[in-house]
Design a protein around this ligand. Structure first.
Ligand code: CTP
Ligand code: CA
Length: 225
């Protein structure tokens, strides 16, 4: 059977995985969000469970079913995602931040539906907390994996984020490439490491990429204890 072939190389680990977009409400019927499907993070959560890890998945709104055997916490906004991540953090040994957190939220959420009375409308946005950067400051012995979505200067931008957010491994995606990014079942990425090394991965399914990422996670955990 398939399970017999799955390495249990994450037994004893507790993975905290985030997935999906966040939604930032404008009024009771509208929000600001992005194109994240959640597929990459869910693939990682499923695969981690199969490899023997305990898994907590903090998910923004997606169409996906909660993976079997995974404690799934559903949230909507970045502020809610931050609270759920911080609540799950003490138990975690590895954190993988695949979520596409909205960078900004409306300053004001209108109590009632905004009517189309005006000819133009300006919605002021303010910055959301950067959950990954905050984790980088308090991670302790945990292994921290970030994702970087770029449309230009992939390596340079992803490397900057790796350093600034103090992550151990960065999965860098050029989301403008055919076969990469949000909606599909495939992805193209580069893995960047703290020591400056990088690994270019070919186009593969999100399930295969999840397996590959978790293989690297298991190796890094063995190295660092
Ligand atoms: N991230 C986060 N909280 C935010 C924004 C991003 O935790 N408010 C995390 C994402 O989950 C991802 C990583 O930071 O793992 C990089 O996200 P990305 O959008 O690529 O980078 P940003 O730092 O937001 O910079 P920019 O969008 O300007 O490129
Ligand atoms: Ca961002």
């Amino acid at each position: 059977a398939v399970t017999a072939l799955t390495p249990k190389d994450l037994a004893g680990e507790h993975l905290l995985v985030t997935a999906g977009p966040t939604q930032e409400e404008i009024d009771p019927v509208r929000f600001v969000s992005n194109h994240s499907s959640g597929k990459m993070g869910y693939a990682i959560a499923r695969a981690a469970r199969r490899r023997g890890a305990e898994v907590t998945l903090v998910s923004g709104p997606t169409c996906l079913d909660a993976p079997w055997g995974v404690e799934t916490v559903r949230v909507a906004s970045a502020v809610e995602m931050r609270a759920a991540v911080m609540a799950a953090l003490p138990a975690a040994t590895v954190v993988i931040k695949a979520a596409a957190v909205a960078d900004y939220r409306p300053v004001v959420r209108a109590a009632g539906k905004i009517k189309k009375n005006a000819d133009s409308l300006v919605i002021e946005l303010e910055k959301n907390p950067d959950i990954l950067a905050e984790l980088g400051g308090i991670k302790g012995d945990r292994l921290l994996v970030g994702f970087a979505a770029e449309t230009a200067d992939l390596l340079e931008n992803a490397r900057k984020k790796l350093v600034a957010k103090n992550v151990d491994m960065m999965v860098a995606n050029d989301v403008s490439l055919e076969g990469a990014g949000f909606h599909g079942d495939t992805n193209i990425a580069r893995l960047l490491y703290r020591d400056g090394a990088s690994e270019e991965l070919p186009l593969m399914t999100k399930d295969d990429m999840a397996a590959l990422i978790l293989g690297r996670v298991a190796e890094l955990r063995k190295k660092t204890g």
